[in-house]
Ligand binder design. Structure first.
Ligand code: GTP
Length: 354
């Protein structure tokens, strides 16, 4: 059973809009009039309460903990039998910096912790650890956000990121989860740079009954535009647009992304409704640089952080929260569908600080 989202229809009995059987178009479909908009009552709020995760939760938490075990080991050991003194704060500072939290978040957390220890007259290390967990959860909680589907038809999502961050894989996982929640999905193979990426997405779409709009001509803006038109014509719930990986330093490719976004807006007023960046959790502080650069270029609405099962240290989320607080929709800890889950601050801090 899928457990990504908690589906909260305002009116529970309103069914998801029906869609024709998916097909794999060879080229862009004809433009058709926009279907009637979905009434507000069918708005689906995909929120991220942990209560929405039944069985896989235990394994999810243990795997998230395993993924972040480097950092949690470094942090937890500091509190074992420690005295509350400057040495502890110095070691904590070093461990937070090592976790990729960066100077800003580290200084912020340490200052807040010292104040709290004084105000609450905390005397033992366990209480200080508890206070740090609380402060970190408060820092990360504003990053929690959930997709709101049903407000637009289709809801158009543009997905960007550096090469190999996990964009295509993430799109596949999200598509499957959305389907499982009654949402029809259409994908745009906007990664026209790698022919193999387009083919990979087409095959994946065929296998999973998801329409993939693709063009041999290789203009990502045109593919994206066609996908939006097709989504409108078919009454699809969600259109997800994949884009080729690029580095923020490749300025012409960043300009191309901006163009894709503009053209999507021409296909549908107000689109894309979600402009997402996928970041590889292993890239440490560089992830923050990516967030800043892509946000400056595209005005991001959200992040998806993948590969927290690798060598990731996890602290970069604190840096993002302090320096460029773009919401984190999902985090990924592996290649399976259930390895992508909504970001939950309390869970994350629990895995980080145990
Ligand atoms: N361990 C691990 N691997 C992941 C995760 N997410 C994606 N991957 C793997 O990362 C690799 C790259 O993923 P892609 O989805 O192809 O990345 P991409 O951003 O689309 O890549 P380009 O199209 O080349 O820019 C694949 O082998 C994925 O299976 C994750 O959360 N954990």
């Amino acid at each position: 059973m899928f457990s990504f989202f908690k589906k909260k229809p305002v009116t529970p009995d309103v069914p998801a809009p029906s869609v024709p059987a998916p097909a794999i178009p060879e080229s862009a479909p004809a433009i058709a009039p926009e279907p009637a908009s979905i009434p507000d009552s069918s708005l689906l709020d995909f929120d991220m309460e942990t209560a929405a995760r039944p069985e896989p939760k235990g394994s999810w938490m243990s795997r998230l903990k395993a993924g972040l075990s480097k950092t949690s080991a470094n942090l937890s050991v500091l509190f074992v039998g420690a005295r509350i003194d400057d040495d502890l704060y110095d070691e904590l500072e070093a461990a937070l910096l090592m976790s990729d939290a960066g100077m800003d978040a580290t200084t912020y957390l340490l200052d807040a912790l010292k104040r709290k220890v004084k105000e609450d007259k905390l005397l033992d290390a366990a209480a200080v650890k508890g206070a740090l967990k609380e402060l970190m959860t408060d820092l990360l909680r504003p990053l929690e956000k959930s997709f709101e589907l049903g407000r637009h038809q289709p809801t158009v999502m543009m997905i960007s990121g550096v090469n190999g961050a996990g964009k295509t894989t993430t799109i596949g996982k999200l598509a499957k989860h959305m389907q499982a929640h009654g949402q029809s999905v259409l994908l745009a193979a906007g990664d026209t740079f790698r022919a193999a990426a387009r083919e990979q997405l087409m095959v994946w779409g065929q296998r999973n009954n998801v329409t993939v709009v693709s063009q041999e001509s290789g203009d990502p803006a045109a593919v994206s535009f066609d996908a939006v038109q097709s989504g409108k014509a078919k009454g699809t719930n969600v259109v997800m647009i994949d884009t080729a990986g690029r580095l923020p330093t490749q300025l012409h490719l960043m300009e191309e992304l901006k163009k894709i976004k503009r053209v999507i807006g021409k296909g549908m007023d107000g689109a894309p409704h979600e402009t997402l960046l996928v970041i590889d959790g292993n890239t440490g502080q560089n992830a923050l640089a990516q967030v800043k650069a892509f946000d400056d270029a595209l005005a991001l609405t959200g992040l998806i952080i993948t590969k927290l099962d690798g060598t990731a240290k996890g602290g970069v989320i604190a840096a993002i929260a302090r320096v460029r607080p773009v919401p984190v929709y999902f985090i990924g800890i592996g290649e399976k569908i259930e390895d992508l889950q909504p970001f939950n601050a309390a869970e994350f801090v629990e895995a980080l600080l145990g």
